[in-house]
Ligand binder design. Structure first.
Ligand code: PLP
Length: 387
């Protein structure tokens, strides 16, 4: 099938895999070995990788903590800030559309007695400064609002939210798993204190990520989750997977050089896909704001369509994702689409299409044909033929 599920994961860029390979075989040293050239070589590679990640974020090298991915980065940010806080009353703010790797730690904090506010989101799916302002309290410890949502691709107004948090003395964390490497990121312009990223969303392998820790979040305000050999400045113990770090660093370098052009190309392809579908199909809804969205994302629903049949008809031709309940472990449609006020019927007939670096125009055109055919076949009997 045509791969259009780049929000779930991206293939490892062959150039990235090539950069990584020597560190699996010849250059296998432990970057913590201080006495010999194997260790020094690995340490040098780690330094370069760290510098590349930092550069992509406009951060300093010592502000990058390597982790196993965005799930771990999100857990470290939320649980780590909570653990380190000595405040008697603690309040944490997040949103209903976050990834589970934010929502589940937040639920855990609530069980520990932390006050929690989960913000509702408007229909366009964009979290703005005024939403956060309305719930901030003097004792708010941490605000966590994702940069772009992984289902709708909608971009939240994180720079303004970050500025507000800074003024009010709360720490600000953003989950940038979907935006890192896709659009320019500057941790200072965004006023973030903590930022999560994941390698496998930007053409590096799975199992590697990082947490940016800014000056306001360091110095005793973040406690580690993993204790041991004191790696990563004591913030995350464990022997560094040097090959993975090299891959992430390399992926960051390619992203930096190519993201602008890639973004323009993906936006053109997405627009072409949407225009074709709108021309040929009635009852198409775009879920979430279209103008503030990752260029490779399209999240659409169809009226009067049997969602299960639509998915069944399409899945062997196109690799996509859906907010449908029948694909969910919880038997409910996507919590993100429901939070946007999308009806269960429309959520069940939703397609998340994620275009990526290697997606071609031919694939997009073929996808449009497959979707048109699948939607027509899945139209509910009462409406079939009316369109
Ligand atoms: N946050 C967001 C927004 C995501 O899209 C993902 C990916 O599934 C994650 C966190 C989890 O990242 P990882 O797979 O690196 O743990």
């Amino acid at each position: 099938p045509i791969y259009l599920d780049h929000h779930a994961t991206t293939p490892c860029d062959p150039r990235v895999a090539e950069a990584m390979l020597p560190y699996l075989v010849e250059r296998f040293g432990n970057s913590g070995s201080r006495l010999h050239a194997y260790g020094w070589e690995a340490e040098g590679a780690v330094d370069i990788a760290r510098a590349r990640v930092a550069e992509l974020l406009c951060a300093e090298r010592d502000e990058v903590v390597f982790t196993s991915g965005a799930t771990e980065s999100n857990n470290l940010a939320l649980l780590g800030v909570f653990q380190a806080s000595r405040q008697a009353r603690r309040h944490v703010v997040t949103t209903a559309i976050e990834h589970k790797s934010v929502l589940e730690p937040v639920r855990w904090l609530e069980r520990q007695g932390c006050e929690v506010t989960v913000l509702r989101v408007p229909r366009d799916g964009r979290v703005r400064e005024e939403h956060v302002r309305a719930v901030l309290r003097p004792h708010t410890l941490l605000v966590s609002v994702m940069h772009a949502n992984n289902e709708t691709g909608v971009l939240n107004d994180v720079a303004a939210i970050g500025r507000l948090c800074r003024e009010q003395g709360a720490l600000f964390h953003t989950d940038a798993a979907q935006t890192c490497g896709k659009m320019p990121l500057d941790v200072r312009a965004l006023h973030v204190d903590l930022l999560s990223l994941s390698g496998h969303k930007l053409y590096a392998p799975k199992g590697i990520g990082a947490l940016y820790v800014g000056p306001r979040a360091s110095r005793g305000r973040l406690a580690p989750l993993l204790l041991g050999g004191g790696q990563e400045g004591g913030m995350r113990a464990g022997t560094l997977p040097v090959h993975q770090l090299v891959a992430l660093g390399s992926a960051c370098e390619f992203a930096m050089a190519e993201m602008q052009e890639e973004g323009v190309r993906l936006l053109r392809l997405r627009t072409r896909l949407l225009d074709t579908l709108r021309e040929r199909l009635q009852g198409l809804h775009v879920n979430g704001d279209l103008d503030h969205r990752l260029s490779g994302n399209l999240n659409i629903s169809f009226e009067d369509v049997d969602g299960e049949l639509l998915i069944e008809r399409l899945q062997h031709h196109v690799a996509f994702s859906t907010g449908s309940a029948c694909m969910s472990t919880s038997l409910r449609p996507s919590h993100v689409l429901l939070a946007l006020g999308v009806s269960e019927d429309l959520a069940n007939a939703s397609l998340r299409l994620g275009l990526g670096r290697f997606t071609t125009q031919e694939e997009v055109d073929a996808t449009a044909e497959h979707i048109v055919r699948a939607v027509e076949e899945a139209r509910l009997p009462s409406t079939r033929g009316n369109a």
